[in-house]
Design a protein around this ligand. Structure first.
Ligand SMILES: [Zn+2]
Length: 431
């Protein structure tokens, strides 16, 4: 029997990454442990051949890269892109709501979660807190993770909604607000969330300026299926691809060009933020790498022309209860290998050229490949590929591992697929 090392590592990576800020924090630690140097975007960069570096954008996005031996203008950038965010709920600035002696929290949804999957689960809260400092332009930032289950969104009893099993329409301002507890002396009448934060990170309430806090399920990921073939875990979309990209970048032998891993934030809300794919964040970093190596703009554009990006975001597998939802001739299965995502309207960046390249990479790595196309009468999603490709004007493919329950609080992927895609990414970086 396989030992599923990669799947287990993925599960523990996800379990310790309850918010995009924690994802980046964990990426930083692993990169540092593997000899990568943290570059301050505000300082002048002095990069060297064979160097390993990373830089962080707004605490929730990260670009890591390894500089090869040969001239980048001829060998180009080999890039893998993924995203750090997942759909869920964000806590509003003044969230306290009192109903009799109950306290509930006012939240808004982030991205497109499957709402009913969040009900009746022990949930916790994680994110970042901004604290007063000497310099108003640079508040102190702290990560926060309550770890313990402290909130829950209770469903309405079937006795009060007899038609519940015929389908429920959820109102995000009414049906999905989490219960925090009952009024108590300790947490007083007002600012309970501020009190909880202050207690958790050991600061005074007056020091707290603001926060970005998200709900998350405390139920850990696990391996399941009669042959241990499935991974059941929160946030597989897209932390599975972040983890796979990280593994490949760290372990790939130095390549001829520059290997890059970009982990964007905000894919789930359209990528149009300064740390999202629809921003100059990646192009700025790539150009700075060239400038620091003593190259010019002409070299930068030559490098882009020689570059290739794998946009890695999870893909839909055929659902055994809804076979009719898949295209009649393309139906990826879990553990059938990475999925190339194709769309005639270019909601995915893939074209025959970039697909041909990735298929050859997989063939050489001994990895099977599948293809996904939407049914012609169904609108599909999009991802970071077309946005990055448009920003940079580079060759790009959209791929991802096949999964079920996308955007549920708990998603289902394949143990074998995780190994496959890491192998394909390593083979790509070694080209
Ligand atoms: Zn995604």
């Amino acid at each position: 029997m396989r030992d599923h090392t990669f799947a287990k590592e993925l599960i523990s990576f996800i379990d310790s990454s309850p918010s995009p800020f924690h994802v980046v924090h964990n990426l930083k630690n692993t990169l540092k442990d593997n000899g990568f140097i943290d570059l301050d975007p505000k300082s002048r960069w002095e990069l060297k051949k064979n160097g390993r570096y990373f830089t962080v954008v707004n605490d929730s996005a990260l670009i890591a890269f390894v500089i090869g031996e040969e001239n980048v203008e001829e060998q180009g950038f080999k890039m893998i892109a993924a995203h750090t965010d997942s759909p869920g709920f964000k806590i509003k600035p003044f969230p306290d709501m009192r109903v009799k002696d109950y306290i509930k929290l006012n939240t808004e949804s982030y991205g497109g979660p499957i709402l009913y999957t969040w009900l009746d689960r022990p949930l916790s809260i994680a994110g970042r807190v901004l604290l007063r400092s000497q310099n108003p332009l640079n508040p102190t930032k702290k990560l926060i993770d309550f770890k313990e289950p402290i909130v829950i969104i209770p469903s309405l009893s079937i006795h009060m909604n007899r038609t519940v099993n015929e389908g429920v329409k959820f109102n995000k301002q009414k049906d999905t607000l989490p219960l925090l507890g009952r009024l108590s002396e300790e947490f007083g009448e007002k600012n309970r969330i501020f009190r909880l934060i202050a207690q958790n990170i050991d600061v005074k309430i007056e020091e707290i300026l603001d926060f970005d806090l998200f709900l998350y399920t405390v139920e850990k990921g696990l391996i399941t299926g009669m042959n241990k073939e499935f991974i059941s875990s929160p946030k597989l979309d897209d932390l599975a691809m972040v983890h796979a990209g990280l593994e490949a970048l760290i372990h790939a032998k130095p390549s001829s060009g520059i290997n890059v891993l970009v982990c964007y934030d905000n894919e789930e809300i359209g990528s149009a933020t300064k740390q999202g794919a629809d921003s100059p964040m990646l192009s700025h970093v790539l150009e700075r790498i060239l400038l620091s190596l003593g190259k010019g703009r002409e070299d930068y554009f030559r490098a882009l022309s020689n570059s290739y990006m794998i946009s890695a975001d999870m893909a839909h597998a055929l659902h055994p209860n809804y076979e009719e939802k898949q295209d009649p001739t393309h139906h990826p299965l879990i553990n059938g290998g990475p999925v190339i995502k194709i769309n005639a309207d270019q909601k995915y960046a893939t074209d025959a050229d970039t697909s041909a390249v990735y298929q050859e990479i997989c063939r050489k790595a001994g990895v099977p490949v599948q293809k996904f196309v939407n049914r012609s009468d169904e609108l599909g999603g999009s991802t970071i590929g077309p946005i990055s490709a448009t920003q940079l004007g580079i060759r790009c493919i959209d791929v991802g591992n096949p999964m079920l329950s996308m955007h549920s609080v708990r998603e289902l992927g394949g143990t074998l697929d995780h190994e496959y895609i890491i192998k394909s990414f390593e083979a790509f970086y070694c080209l």
